[in-house]
Design a binder for this molecule. Structure first.
Ligand code: CO8
Length: 263
């Protein structure tokens, strides 16, 4: 990997194609300082650069996690006067994650609050420890979740849940978050293995299909059904011509053949 970053740790497993990005300000519960937001983007760019540099498998999925048992306690409250603190700035790591070309999986342990939850909800998949606590406490600071928290919960769960969570500022447990659809899966102490297995499973799938699925799901949130289906039809056609489609079809037809997808 390239230069070391101050507040994120970046690792890449060239055997699986899975990259790992760890938010690393544990003394502040990984609160999003401007440095950390810059380092999230820089770290993802470093992982993306693996595509040009690695001989073996390229980047296929990323796991975002927090150091020392907490995902992230939100924006750094000591930096609120910094006008570039939020979304719509060059530090908009939320959008950068949403638009990142490979799936981004949030591994949520401990606190995942405010901008931390908005970061997790900007990821494509969320997998939580059973003791995780998520919430949007901004209301108690006299602000709102300005990076899209209410919008994103409305989309993942429903507007009523978004209003309840954002208006009360209460922390909710992983099980409730799961029931609402805010997280995909919940595990106990087997979380690390489960996340690795999940990421490696996605990473072994045909990359062009995975990218198209990410784009399709993101399109669904921004368009009506008919337009969304028309989009999928358009993306489907070129996939029929890919080597990976031939590879998958061969894997289906031949019992002993294990397909290897290259993208
Ligand atoms: N910012 C800065 N420092 C923090 C933050 C934070 N968000 N959260 C915790 N810390 C620091 C504490 O100050 C403390 O530091 P120190 O040891 O130097 O005193 C250390 O982390 C440990 O925290 P606590 O001692 O408070 O630990 P507890 O276990 O007692 O409590 C809590 C943990 C409940 C998570 C508590 O720390 C807390 O409530 N933190 C604040 C959570 C919060 O309000 N987050 C929302 C912030 S606002 C936000 O995210 C807005 C995003 C929208 C931006 C987009 C704009 C366009």
């Amino acid at each position: 990997m390239h230069e070391e970053l101050e507040t994120t740790v970046v690792e890449f497993d060239s055997e699986t194609g899975v990259g790992y990005l760890t938010l690393n300000r544990p003394d502040a519960l990984n609160a999003l300082s401007s440095q950390l937001r810059d380092d999230i983007i820089a770290g993802l760019r470093q992982l993306e650069a693996q595509n040009e540099e690695v001989d073996g498998i390229a980047l296929r999925a990323v796991v975002v996690e927090g150091a020392e048992g907490n995902f992230c306690a939100g924006a750094d409250i000591n930096e609120f006067s910094d006008e570039s603190a939020g979304a719509n700035s060059e530090r908009d790591h939320y959008k950068f994650i949403r638009e990142f070309p490979v799936p981004v999986i949030a591994k949520i342990e401990g606190y995942c609050l405010g901008g931390g939850l908005e970061t997790a909800m900007s990821c494509d998949i969320r997998i939580a420890h059973e003791d995780a606590r998520v919430g949007l406490p901004e209301v108690d600071l006299g602000i709102i979740p300005g990076a899209g928290g209410v919008q994103l919960i409305s989309e993942l769960a429903n507007p009523a849940a978004a209003m309840e969570i954002a208006m009360t500022g209460d922390h909710i447990g992983a099980e409730r978050a799961d029931d609402l659809g805010l997280v995909n899966r919940v595990y106990g102490d087997d979380l690390d293995d489960a996340v690795d297995e999940f990421a490696e499973t996605i990473a072994a799938k045909p990359p062009l299909s995975i990218q198209a699925i990410k784009d399709s799901a993101r399109t669904a949130a921004q368009t009506n059904l008919e337009e969304g289906i028309a989009y999928d039809n358009k993306v489907f056609e070129p996939l029929l011509a890919t080597e990976d489609h031939k590879e998958g079809a061969r894997g289906f037809a031949e019992d002993d053949y294990e397909p290897e997808f290259k993208g």
